[in-house]
Design a protein around this ligand. Structure first.
Ligand code: PEP
Ligand code: MN
Length: 284
């Protein structure tokens, strides 16, 4: 990791990056991003946004440009979707995280997004990375399904090298021989990132497992692993979801998860205090 000039922990003199988006401090507090896989219509997005806000989410997610495996699947609403997200933000106050897939769209998508998401399939789209490196918006960089930590950090390096220091890494599962889960959520990457980089890292257990029944336990595991937050797909009526139906979490289940996360959050504060005490004793 020696050649990582901007993303290594060493390059930042050991100081960790905290990225502020309205009231959320990614890398400072544990941040929860929730919302539908894709913006399908106004009712679906606004209702879901109110539900996740009530449960305590800090940011709203929703795709207006959907990179789908099949060209015949729902591709997202584009500009219309971004306008719906803008309205959801106006009503709930939640900042918006949304994906950008084409370098030509970056500047105008910035008018609607608080955080620009680069999807797993585009992790190594270098022209897209350079473009988001030129704007003043945080970038949520998802890990590619076949990517090593070093390849991933090199992609973050592209964004930083263009002048944008605000990169949030997001582990969303990698491709392994396992087929029971949609992907294999690599939680060991969380403390690994913390060892080598100053950038914050969040976990997406929705795409990481692809199974509703597994998302809660993996969310709780993510906070224990030291993640700076999670991103969860929530739909006010999962049976009707146009995209990623099997992993769409209903709002009442999300509210239950938020309660459990709050319990763990205070336990983790105590654990982190113990770790700090150990470190200062070792220094003495
Ligand atoms: C998403 O979060 O909407 C998404 C498409 O995820 P990924 O790029 O991780 O597949
Ligand atoms: Mn999805």
């Amino acid at each position: 990791m020696e050649d990582l000039k901007l993303t290594s922990l060493k390059s930042a003199g050991g100081r960790r990056t905290v990225i502020t988006v309205d009231d959320a401090r990614i890398g400072g507090d544990f941040v929860v991003i929730a919302g539908p896989c894709s913006v399908e219509n106004e009712e679906q997005t606004i209702k879901t946004a109110h539900k996740v806000k009530e449960a305590g989410a800090h940011m709203l997610r929703g795709g207006a440009f959907k990179p789908r495996t099949s060209p015949y699947d729902f591709q997202g609403l584009g500009l219309q979707g971004l306008k719906i997200l803008e309205k959801a933000k106006r009503e709930t106050g939640l900042p918006v995280v949304t994906e950008v897939t084409d370098p030509r769209d970056v500047s105008w998508v910035c008018e609607y997004a608080d955080v620009l998401q680069i999807g797993a399939r585009n992790m190594q789209n270098f022209s897209l990375l350079k473009e988001v490196g030129k704007v003043d918006k945080p970038v949520l960089l998802k890990r590619g399904v076949y990517s090593t930590l070093k390849e991933w950090l090199n992609c973050a390096e592209y964004v930083l090298a263009e002048g944008n220091p605000k990169v949030i890494l997001c582990e969303r599962g990698i491709r392994t021989f396992e087929t029971y889960t949609r992907n294999t959520l690599d939680l060991s990457i969380v403390p690994s990132v913390k060892e080598v980089s100053h950038l914050p890292i969040i976990v997406d257990p929705s795409h990481g497992t692809g199974r509703l029944s597994l998302i809660e336990s993996m969310s709780l595991a993510a906070i224990v692993a030291g993640a700076d937050g999670i991103m969860i797909e929530v739909h006010y009526n999962p049976c009707e979801a146009l995209c990623d139906k099997d992993q769409a979490m209903p709002p009442d289940m999300f509210a239950g998860l938020m309660k459990k996360l709050n319990v763990l959050r205070s336990i983790m504060n105590e654990i982190n205090q113990c770790k700090e005490n150990e470190t200062s004793e070792q220094r003495r």
